[in-house]
Ligand binder design. Structure first.
Ligand code: FCB
Length: 406
């Protein structure tokens, strides 16, 4: 007992929370590109989602009750600016209430400005494919900072820019469903610029703001530990996948938001360059241990990856928040162990001198998992979508064991 308590104690001020995004929980995001494509039958319908738009008070109450002291939410651009240049004051008032409610429930407020969905008008004009998109995003960031600045504790411009660009522009799975590597590269370049301009716009309107992004990180390991070519592949995968975007924006970054879900074992391949021995694969190269440790989505669960990644990020000399980490687990049979081990590895990284300031689990409640619809269950809280009833899952009890000095 004493040992468990000890393992799960964190420094004063540590944020222990959960993360969510507007489109995935709010419902009725009718002015967004996603909503449009849902109605066209190209994507699963999100409908009322978890009706968080109306039930935010209840949800923040639950977060507080289970022992959380922080939440990461996103603000929906399509609500704030439903048509170009038209700012919706009701939407601003709504988010003001949301943010005040978070505070009243003792939750530090981390807010993402863009979590993948776009206003339909913006998408119609080419979204982040076009240079004009950069300006439009910075204008939106400025507007939010002007109107909600004092209600936001930590800012994030972008969520997982590369995941978005890959799904939308090379894999063709997210709107606008394109499969062009060149467009992918253009969008990445524009997202880098969009972050930089939004960073400046937020600071211009609200100088005290602390601004970061949530970036997707994967932990890579060589399939053959001592094989030089496998090590080389790991080196490049890490440089490109984990570090490139950060390097580009490091001068405009007050903290790093680390999203971690994926553990990839890679090996050099003479024909394809490299092969990933990871997800969904039942390849003979998977160890039996790997194949048992999977989420409902088949993602390999590897809590220690967070430790390795955090240590590598130490060189940036910036505070780090784990802004997403979690698993689909309908039966709630693996979540507790996963959380326990992950928090222990976060603690180890802190002991090694990494400045990790918080851990935000994905997600507070079950939600709309993009192209996978409502199937995967990522919530600490179960949602019955027929009644919108919330039931706290047993794994959430772990937060009561975490000790953070007041
Ligand atoms: C992340 C996304 C988040 C959620 C989780 C499972 O990549 O940022 O919205 O879908 O995956």
């Amino acid at each position: 007992m004493a040992e468990t308590e000890n393992k799960l104690s964190f420094p004063k001020g540590f944020l222990l929370g959960a993360a969510a995004s507007a489109h995935q929980v709010e419902g009725q995001n009718i002015n967004s590109d996603w909503w449009y494509w849902e109605q066209q039958g190209k994507l699963p319908k999100s409908g009322q989602a978890a009706d968080h738009y109306n039930r935010f008070e209840e949800d923040f109450g639950i977060a507080q009750t289970i022992g959380l002291n922080a939440m990461r939410i996103s603000i929906e651009w399509a609500r704030i600016e439903p048509s170009e240049g038209q700012w919706d004051s009701e939407a601003i008032e709504h988010y003001k209430k949301v943010l005040k409610s978070m505070k009243a429930h003792g939750l530090t407020r981390m807010v993402t400005l863009w979590h993948w969905t776009l206003p339909k008008w913006f998408a119609d004009k080419g979204g982040f494919e076009s240079k004009a998109g950069i300006e439009a995003f910075a204008r939106y960031a400025w507007f939010v900072a002007q109107n909600l600045g004092s209600e936001i504790d930590l800012w994030e411009t972008l969520n997982e820019p590369e995941t978005f660009a890959q799904q939308a522009y090379t894999l063709g799975k997210f709107p606008p469903f394109k499969t062009s590597n060149l467009t992918y590269l253009r969008v990445i370049r524009n997202l880098i610029l969009a972050h930089k301009q939004a960073y400046r716009a937020i600071k211009a309107a609200y100088p005290q703001a602390k601004v970061g992004i949530s970036k997707n990180f994967s932990y890579y390991e060589p399939f053959r530990k001592y094989n030089f070519l496998d090590q080389l592949i790991v080196f490049f995968a890490d440089r490109i996948g984990n570090q490139y975007f950060l390097e580009k924006i490091r001068k405009q970054l007050d903290f790093i938001g680390l999203n971690y879900y994926f553990f990839n074992r890679v090996r050099f391949d003479f024909i394809w360059g490299y092969r990933e021995m990871n997800l969904n694969s039942t390849s003979p190269q998977m160890t039996s241990e790997d194949s048992q440790n999977r989420s409902d989505m088949g993602w390999v669960l590897y809590p220690k990856g967070i430790y390795h990644l955090a240590l590598e990020l130490k060189k940036y000399n910036l505070p780090i928040y784990i802004t997403e980490n979690g698993l689909a687990d309908t039966q709630d049979s693996r979540r507790h162990k996963f959380l326990q081990e992950t928090l222990e590895w976060v603690k180890q990284a802190i002991i090694q001198g990494v400045s990790i300031k918080g851990y935000l689990h994905w997600s507070l409640t079950d939600n709309y998992e993009w192209t996978n619809g409502f199937g995967p269950r990522f919530g600490l809280v179960e949602i019955d979508y027929a009644t919108q009833k919330r039931t706290v899952r047993k794994s959430a009890e772990i937060f009561k064991q975490v000790n953070i000095p007041a």
